[in-house]
Design a protein. Sequence first.
Length: 67
Amino acid sequence: MNEDIAELGCKVLHQWATLGEFDFVNVVEAPDVATVAKVSVALGARGSTRIETLPALDVEEFLRALE
């Protein structure tokens, strides 16, 4: 799956197998939210993957946005 994500314009930074509601957690880097949306739709269309996207901001970037 990492190769598929890379082909769609994102880079997998971290990947963990988890116990609980989700089997895997991936942290990816993308140039923008639209690219993440493209990855989500492409992988979700396979029917074997359930995706939850959580866009993240660097803490300093977040604090600047609140000013």
